[in-house]
Design a binder for this molecule. Structure first.
Ligand code: DC
Length: 213
């Protein structure tokens, strides 16, 4: 079984993907980490993440160990990731990795949960369950500020909100695989839901698909 979870940054898809993976015993792939790793490798090589030739070569040579690079979850990596993510050669290079993971989970788990922006539309269009997890930009910015402050980092709401909107615009307007719900995705708006409620809603959807299938 393949579960595809897409949505904008800080909507709660990472938490949901992890919890579904744990509950169901499925392999989990946070596909944003692939783009983050490519972005960080560009910076480390002294290349601009927007440089098509450099970023594509790096994406073609990405190894699983690169996903353990420190700092991948930080903002520098996020910004570099959203720049490499608009490059068609980068997306093509990462497609194969993601499809292999979904079809042949590395620990031979009976299923896989992939979260990202284009899993239901491009990477796994035949996924058994497709969820599009979203929330208003304001709610997502508030969550991000809380998370940063909990990690002891400085965060200014207005700046985080602006950053979030810029990233949304880049992700949604790019020509290749823009962020959008698949026609057959179930949209979960988490603006007024906590993580438990989102998880319960998702489990109901997975269980009902299982019964149909
Ligand atoms: O989910 P995230 O913040 O780790 O994603 C980082 C960037 O990578 C984000 O700007 C969008 C891009 N991305 C993508 O284009 N396709 C994916 N499947 C996952 C992430």
């Amino acid at each position: 079984m393949i579960i595809a979870i897409d949505g904008p940054a800080a909507a709660g898809k990472g938490t949901l993907a992890r919890r579904l993976g744990e509950r169901l015993g499925f392999a989990l792939l946070d596909t944003g980490l692939l783009y983050r790793a490519v972005g960080m490798k560009c910076l480390a090589a002294g290349a601009d993440p927007g440089d098509e030739t450099a970023a594509t070569a790096i994406a073609r040579d990405l190894h699983t160990a690169d996903l353990d690079t420190p700092g991948l979850r930080g903002d520098e990596a996020a910004n570099a990731a959203s720049k490499v993510a608009v490059i068609p050669g980068v997306r093509a290079a990462l497609l194969d990795f993601q499809r292999q993971f979904a079809a042949y989970p590395p620990g031979r788990e009976p299923g896989a949960v992939l979260d990202g922006r284009d899993i239901g539309t491009v990477v796994c269009p035949g996924a058994d369950v497709k969820l599009f997890v979203t929330a208003s930009a304001e709610v997502r910015a508030q969550r991000r500020v809380k998370e940063l402050r909990e990690r002891g980092l400085d965060a200014i709401y207005a700046r985080v909100l602006q950053d979030m909107k810029e990233r949304d615009a880049r992700d949604s307007s790019r020509a290749v695989a823009p962020l959008a719900p698949a026609d057959d995705a179930v949209v979960l708006d988490t603006s007024d839901l906590d993580a438990d409620a989102v998880f319960e809603a998702a489990m109901r959807i997975v269980t009902s698909r299982n019964r149909e299938g």
